[in-house]
Design a protein around this ligand. Sequence first.
Ligand code: BES
Ligand code: MN
Ligand code: MN
Length: 463
Amino acid sequence: MEQLKAYQEANKQRYLDELLDLLRIPSVSADSKFEADVIQTAEFIKEKLIEAGADNVEICETAGYPIVYGDKIIDPNLPTVCVYGHYDVQPADPIELWESGPFDPVIKKTDIHPDGAIFARGACDDKGQMYMHVKAFESMMANNALPCNIKFMIEGEEEIGSPSLGPFIRANADKFACDVILVSDTGMIANDVPSICTGLRGLSYVEVEVVGPNRDLHSGIYGGAVGNPANVLAKMIASLHDENGHITVEGFYDDVETVSDEEREAMNKAPFSLEVYKEHLDIDAVQGEKGYTTLERGSIRPTLDVNGIWSGYIGEGAKTVLPSKANAKISMRLVPNQDSETITRLFKEHFEKIAPDSVKVTVTPHHGGEPVVTPTTGIAYQAADKAYQATFGTAAIPQRSGGSIPIVAMFEEVLGVKTILMGFGLNSDAIHSPNEHYGLFNYYKGIETIPYFYQYFTEMSAQ
Ligand code: BES
Ligand code: MN
Ligand code: MN
């Protein structure tokens, strides 16, 4: 491991330069304008896997963007780790809020990242975190230090719900046969408080449309006499939570797992300051479901939130108009044992039921995904924990996250394999937001920690 560290140290600048090149390609999967760039990013990963020493590297075509595959099988009797990550990124909008170009990475120091952080879309989610694995692999190959078999599965559609990956792994289950899936696409508590993500929420995402009169109307002639879709939608949305912050959709909580008092107690012992949390977000107070702490609201409880809402005149000045329709996009984050299809159906039924006769309502489902909890017992967790101890000097804290990576539940269902989530991002890294960044400390620490995981996982598998 000393030799490996020296090699990584000597190649630091190149590791950074390569990531910066990767970040310059605007691989936005949601916007077809970037199609050629997304494909070019897959090519980039392919080349880097080959350079690092992977075999069987290929760009696997799918109905959507390709999956980059590569492997190194040193001995079929040794365990196999499959690394999953994504090379696509979220759209950069709103562009005007970026202090530097989203695809023109710059390094700046921040309070939280005194050694500097890379500012670019995808720096943390997930190009920076995914690329740590390519470089960790390269350093092991260069030093004859790979202890087990490795497979890489890097997709380009995570940010749009992984529509092609599910069918691809179902059709190619043998190709991805492995003992554990390793993912760096989540966060940790702080740079001196490593944590292992032990759960992800599921997702039900719907779009609603409320239609009133067949055209926009003069708000003086018709106002007060005709149902205004914008008013109606606002009222309907407001009614989706009661005064205690509970979601009012019938049956919404029926399958929600009750987390034991012991587990809740342990969860709330994690280092967390509500004051610092509020300060970072510039808010005077938090809000959420009554009876739960902020940490619980953001991980073990389901949610319902408007993600976008639009209607009527939003141009300059005043236009006295009563809009003909109003729309909203709504996400529901789900916890074990909720099922995304059931929740989507319950939402649709409820939303149609509460609509007044003055409007017509349609609910269109988008992509969804199932929640997961990953084990804190077993060798993958233990190996990850030991790896953090080796490089951070302190044990990792298990913590469930509020975000979603729908494919994780599918790996378990289709491949029968558990996932270990070794994320190195921070909540303050602004993923999906303007000025997304990733600490240089985090990037290098990830590259340093990953080989220890392989080492310990291989040792423990043999016992
Ligand atoms: N990497 C994130 C998920 C994440 C971030 C999990 C931080 C835990 C901590 C992933 O790329 C993502 O953004 N997922 C989407 C869902 C997807 C279906 C678009 C999400 O959570 O909104
Ligand atoms: Mn991600
Ligand atoms: Mn994301």
